[in-house]
Design a protein around this ligand. Structure first.
Ligand code: F6R
Length: 613
């Protein structure tokens, strides 16, 4: 997830594009860059780190420029350094491209272009776009704008994956060209000036008249005109939207908090994490993991390590991996792993899960595992993080930057990545084609099912209001539901400061039941057909002690008669139910904390990245 902006008009184009870019810093801040027209051709300025670093490179010499595109990067391919920062030029230096998305076939395109003599400077997928356009141009010194636009459309047609691109070129000196497929892009309309950006808030300081581009749209934008067409060059009519929101919530994309915004990004997160990993025949491909059959046959056991939410994802992963590969899998918190003299050796695969890739305990665990000869595999969100650099193999989650301290979309991405891994490791062994197809179909349906849950968020908001007087919560479940309960309880306690505990439902009568009395709230996860009967008996035991019971059940399943409140979620494979169950439970925590007036995005005493042991 990156952010792009652009400008064409009479204001200083570079400074205007960068001013708007700062509204997109939530989309990534590994590096940033700008390309602009000058008397001598296209100039580029880039810098590692936050946009402020780029700003310090921009002087009055850029003020005369009337066309610019800029980019803030969340690395997906290649380290977060200056060379990999956008914009990326072609060999001639006459074309500059900024890109948000992932070019899935970049490796093959790059190879083909190299054979034709193109020279690449960066490790990014994006750089193939500028070279591919260059490659499609007629061999002539006099390229017209029409020829350039044709070449650009042809190049974009060859990309698979997702893109929102902004392109400037010496061949179209007073214009910006844009296109989108599966990544957002809007055009802001001004008087004698126009803007582009990844989202509406980024242009709101200058205009409230916006065209939201649709998939497959391209546009040729000059200061006084915007022509929208498709990749075949056919003209399209697009409505102009008048934006009425206030500016204050703009950075959060119109949401009150980053946490809520990030929960609403979960359908995209799941789609992006799956993207490029499922082949047409429903086999899973994980090119980054590079595990030979010989190496895999040598592995006797797996240990999953992480902290907090990442550890909870590991608890789901443990069950799923054991179910599919039938080898022993253990999940352990990173701070315990290192000092427990862990039994790991060269027959062990240690999976380290981390959103940030910088959590000190997880890094220490990885180093300990490596010292003992284990194979290490990181499931990481941040490209270029320490974990991604030091682990033997990496599987990236594609959650994009997570700003809210309470992890939400990263957890879902971790579950999806673990599912892909489990299928990958079992598809040539115990997993039948029939079961693989079932899992893959279910994985592909998840984004729409999450959208359906999000569509019903007002029900959860009302529920949070009704439960807001409760000050003690138990989250109960069995098997996968127990693992999901752990994460649901953590979400509630960390942002609302309410005491919340997760228990394996069968454990309640071995002690914790003594705590149940009127006013205690029980959230019972009942999404596992194999254990539901027993689960409901456990809930009845609680009901008899006058606790208030909210059940999370699959749509169509009978509502347990002990339930005071019900949350219904769509049905998927049992192993994937935690993905869907967590969405309403994250929302419940969010609305509950909001009822209590808590500092949701920055809960007391906590930090996003815990870099001390
Ligand atoms: C809870 C939360 C933390 C993190 C934990 C690990 O909402 O965010 O429990 O999951 O600190 O962080 P990463 O995944 O960055 O290693």
């Amino acid at each position: 997830m990156c952010g792009i902006t652009g400008y064409v008009g009479d204001r200083p184009a570079v400074k205007t594009a960068i001013k708007n870019l700062k509204r997109l810093e939530y989309r990534g801040y590994d590096s940033s860059g700008v390309a602009y027209s000058s008397a001598t051709g296209i100039e580029v300025r880039k810098s590692q780190g936050k946009i402020a670093n780029l700003e310090s490179l921009i002087g009055a010499e850029t003020d005369l420029s009337t066309v610019a595109i800029s980019h803030t990067r969340w690395a997906t391919h290649g380290r977060p350094n200056e060379v990999n920062a956008h914009p990326h030029k072609d060999c001639s230096g006459k074309i500059a491209v900024v890109h948000n998305g992932i070019v899935e076939n970049y490796a093959i395109l790059r190879q083909q272009l190299k054979i034709k003599g193109h020279e690449f400077i960066s490790d990014t997928d994006t750089e193939v776009i500028s070279h591919l356009i260059e490659d499609k141009l007629p061999a002539s010194d006099q390229i017209t704008a029409k020829e350039f636009l044709l070449a650009t459309r042809q190049a974009l047609k060859e990309l698979s994956g997702s893109f929102a691109v902004g392109i400037i070129s010496d061949y179209i000196p007073n214009a910006v060209f844009v296109a989108r497929k599966d990544s957002p892009l809007v055009i802001g309309l001004g008087e004698g000036e126009n803007f582009i950006a990844s989202d509406i808030p980024a242009v709101m300081a200058f205009t409230r008249r916006v065209i939201v581009m649709e998939d497959g749209d391209c546009a040729y934008i000059e200061r006084n005109s915007v022509d929208v067409f498709n990749l075949d060059g056919e003209r399209l009519d697009r409505n102009v939207l008048d934006v009425t929101w206030d500016d204050i919530s703009a950075e959060k994309g119109g949401f009150d908090h980053f946490m809520l915004k990030e929960i609403f990004e979960e359908p995209r997160t799941v789609r992006d994490t799956l993207r490029g990993h499922i082949l047409e025949n429903n086999r899973v491909e994980l090119p980054e993991v590079k595990f030979t059959t010989e190496q895999w046959n040598h592995i006797r056991r797996i240990t999953i390590v992480g902290c907090g939410t990442a550890f909870h994802a590991g608890l789901v992963g443990k069950r799923l991996l054991e179910q599919l590969i039938r080898r022993p899998v253990e999940a352990i918190v990173a701070s315990e792993f290192r000092y427990s003299d862990p039994i790991v050796d060269d027959e062990t695969l240690v999976i380290l899960i981390s959103q940030s890739g910088e959590t000190a305990d997880t890094l220490a665990a990885m180093r300990e595992a490596r010292k003992k000869g284990a194979h290490t595999l990181g499931i990481v969100n941040v490209v270029g993080s320490t974990l991604s650099r030091e682990a033997d193999a990496i599987l990236y989650t594609q959650a994009g930057p997570e700003i809210g301290v309470a992890s939400t979309k990263a957890y879902l991405a971790q579950l999806v990545a673990l599912s892909l891994l489990a299928i990958y490791l079992s598809q040539d062994h115990l997993l039948t084609e029939f079961d693989r197809n079932k899992m893959i179909t279910a994985l592909k349906q998840l984004p729409e099912q999450i959208e359906e849950i999000l569509g019903g968020c007002s029900h959860i908001e009302d529920l949070a209001r009704r439960l807001s007087s409760h000050s003690c919560f138990f989250f109960l479940g069995r098997s996968y539901d127990y693992a999901a309960s752990m994460e649901a309880a953590l979400k509630l306690k960390e942002i609302s400061y309410i005491h919340a505990e997760a228990y394996a439902a069968g454990e309640m009568k071995h002690g914790p039941l003594a705590l149940v009395e009127p006013g205690v709230s029980i959230i019972g996860l009942c999404t596992q057909p194999a254990t539901n009967e027993k689960m409901i008996s456990n809930l009845k035991e609680v009901k008899a002690r006058e606790g208030t019971i909210t059940t999370v059940i699959r749509k169509g399943d009978e509502v347990p008669d002990c339930a005071d409140e019900v949350i219904e979620i769509p049905i998927t494979e049992d192993a994937l139910m935690p993905v869907l169950a967590m969405v309403p439970l994250q929302l419940l925590s969010y609305y509950f904390a909001r009822e209590r007036g808590c500092s949701i995005d920055q809960p007391r005493n906590l930090a996003k990245s815990v870099t001390v042991e």
